[in-house]
Design a protein around this ligand. Structure first.
Ligand code: SAH
Length: 636
């Protein structure tokens, strides 16, 4: 299963006509969907495939049967029919699956139901990119180019808290002023909002805003605090809870799940903390098999981090205990585990103990439990990140593969050199984190991408052309290897793109019809002696040769030396193509010969293609014959 589609699994696709089935069939491969067809279609020739499933009886009954087993439904069926079919099955938008409808021409992909929380908008975009259709998103936030209020914390694993989600979303949709007060969690989501109705912090308390009489029409709290909203206030509010709180637990053997749960709930209530802000539980390794604790974590889907006594001993705590030390070898379990778990995420020195240890017993429940809470400065996302290493092709969007386009549109974060980010702007969606870095900072880009992926985000790293040809793919993989990567987490998927030599060749004809090679003249990362050796070998062996990075403002000698080397082995009249900015707005193409190569305008956006001994030109075209014998039709 490709990583791009993993968030929607399992997916059911449903078709009731042969043409609908043909439109949906590719999605069984690309998206890993199960395609259901009625048994009346089983005789259709083109549909014999292992990825098909046949249902008997009415579609309505079948849908009822499979509804709860799927996260997403893709119909190629009249939208009205779909509405009638799903109406009895819908419950509410926090639980319903994504429902997407395609028209029978495969031109439009409508996000019909559960656009935000069910991810139907995202799925519609992904399908549209992968089949070259138009996504139809009818939600207000998508028109405003804003992330939906009810999904803005999803990439970071925040919990949706209490509040009037409908009214706050409506205020955003009306373009009203919405106050955002963020006390915890990543602020990356704020960096790429368009002209927006959000303002951040408490401007009503500043003199300047008082004069302007700013008055918000809704409020979004992002914090670990559990706020009680009064019914009297007419300002609609919602709260998101980034998962920053680590609960340290110490307990007697056999402590019940109920006691653990009650103790945690009481401490949270007393301290006005949100249960949704719990990142996970920390304890000593002796408790890794403590039944009540394990069950509590499993039911609440919380990670249980256990630490050895030696580790816990090293943590400074406010309330150490000699009794505990004598028993388990560390003077603190709950406080030390909370602090350590919170700090493990990043910067241990700044994780802070929020609530010191409290001891609980409950009548009728076995055991005793100690609870402490520490706050991390980095939220736990609860997600497994992945890296999409993407080649965007030479420039124009239509030269990029649909798979690469889909991957970019799905990523939580997109990282690349600013020029290439500009080229892919139409693919970006509201709420995505976009980090453009200057061209020289490739290593920083790779490190940043890995950092975000290790944290749980889906990160697209974009390179022009092919990402594995003098691109970012190698850098990222090298860096992962250096960090002791296990090859699986974060997941990696590489999306190929049309590289500069192919793009350049296509603009002048067929110069690469025989054996060819690419040589980069940049000696920033490769010693010049190595480059020179390869130039000689390529020239001598009669390879058609593509020169990447031929000349920069400071590196001007390399192309002169390269030309000299080729002139030693090839006819001065050997055809040469100079292609600058292929498939971009300022594209320039020139054909010349080896002896005139240095008189041409060549820069860092140029690829130079030097023909072999048989390459010739015809009008404005450059042709390398397929064979050296003049009549070789083999493998045509
Ligand atoms: N990963 C890229 C190559 C990056 S190295 C790829 O696969 O295409 C950068 C060099 O690629 C440039 O110096 C230039 O030689 C070449 N290049 C990149 N895009 C180009 C384009 N649109 N037209 C011509 N050459 C290009």
């Amino acid at each position: 299963m490709v990583l791009v589609w993993r968030e929607f699994q399992p997916i059911a696709a449903i078709a009731t006509t042969p043409s609908a089935a043909k439109i949906l069939q590719p999605l069984t491969q690309t998206a890993g969907a199960t395609l259901w067809i009625p048994n009346s279609l089983t005789n259709v020739e083109a549909l014999h495939s292992t990825s098909l499933q046949v249902y008997h009886g009415s579609l309505k009954d079948h849908l009822t049967e499979i509804w709860h087993q799927h996260q997403a439904f893709i119909f190629c069926l009249a939208a009205g029919a779909v509405v009638r079919l799903i109406a009895p099955l819908l419950q509410d938008k926090s639980r319903d699956p994504a429902v997407v409808v395609l028209d029978e021409n495969g031109k439009f992909v409508i996000s019909l139901c559960s656009g935000h929380q069910g991810k139907a908008d995202q799925l519609a975009r992904a399908i549209a990119h992968s089949i070259g259709a138009t996504p139809v998103l009818t939600g207000a936030s998508s028109a405003l180019k804003l992330p939906g209020v009810d999904i803005l914390g999803v990439p970071f694993g925040w919990s949706r808290g209490e509040g009037d989600w409908t009214e706050v979303s409506a205020a955003v949709a009306r373009g009203e002023l919405v106050q955002v007060i963020q006390e915890a969690g990543s602020t990356l989501w704020q960096n790429h909002l368009p002209q927006h109705p959000f303002y951040f912090g408490f401007p009503e308390y500043t003199a300047a805003h008082k004069e302007e009489s700013v008055s918000p029409k809704a409020r979004i709290w992002i914090s670990s605090t559990q706020r009680q909203f009064s019914n009297e206030s007419d300002l609609p509010k919602v709260q998101w809870h980034p998962r920053v709180l680590w609960v340290g637990i110490g307990c007697e053997r056999g402590t019940s799940r109920k006691l653990i749960e009650t103790a945690i709930e009481q401490v949270f209530r007393k301290n006005h903390l949100a249960i949704g802000a719990i990142a996970g539980i920390g304890t000593i390794d002796l408790k890794a098999d403590e039944v009540g604790l394990v069950e509590f974590c499993r039911d609440r889907n919380l990670p249980l981090r256990t630490f050895r006594a030696e580790i816990l001993r090293s943590v400074t705590v406010p309330n150490p205990s000699n009794v505990v030390e004598a028993e388990v070898g560390t003077p603190s379990v709950a406080e030390a585990a909370a602090i350590y778990a919170a700090g493990e995420a990043r910067f241990p020195e700044v994780s802070k103990l929020l609530v010191p240890k409290q001891i609980f017993r409950l009548e009728g429940q076995p055991g005793a439990v100690t609870v402490a809470i520490a706050q991390s400065n980095l939220e736990y996302t609860g997600r497994t990140g992945c890296l999409f290493l993407i080649g965007t092709g030479p420039g124009k969007l239509d030269q990029m593969t649909p798979a690469a386009q889909t991957a970019i549109s799905q990523a939580d974060a997109v990282i690349g050199y600013s020029l290439y980010i500009d080229l892919i702007t139409p693919l970006l969606r509201p709420g995505q984190i976009v980090e453009a870095l200057p061209i020289t900072q490739e290593r920083q880009r790779a490190e940043r991408a890995i950092e975000l992926a290790n944290w749980g985000l889906t990160v697209a790293v974009v390179s022009s052309g092919d990402c594995g040809i003098y691109g970012m793919a190698g850098l990222v993989l090298e860096e992962l290897q250096a960090k002791g990567w296990d090859g699986k987490t974060p997941g990696v998927q590489v999306f190929p793109g049309i590289t500069a030599l192919q793009a350049a060749a296509s603009r002048v004809g067929a110069p690469l019809m025989h054996d060819f090679c690419a040589i980069s003249l940049s000696d920033l990362l490769t010693p010049w002696e190595v480059i020179e050796k390869r130039l000689k070998a390529a020239a001598q062996a009669d390879f058609v040769t593509a020169l990447y990075n031929p000349r920069s403002q400071t590196r001007t000698q390399q192309i002169a030396t390269a030309t000299e080397i080729f002139l030693q082995y090839r006819d001065p009249k050997t055809p040469v193509a100079i292609v600058k900015s292929a498939y971009r707005q300022d594209e320039q193409i020139a054909l010349t010969t080896l002896d005139k190569l240095l008189t041409m305008s060549i820069d860092m956006l140029t690829t130079v293609l030097i023909g072999n001994q048989s390459t010739r030109t015809h009008a404005d075209w450059m042709i390398t014959p397929r064979g050296y014998l003049g009549f070789d039709n083999e493998n045509c």
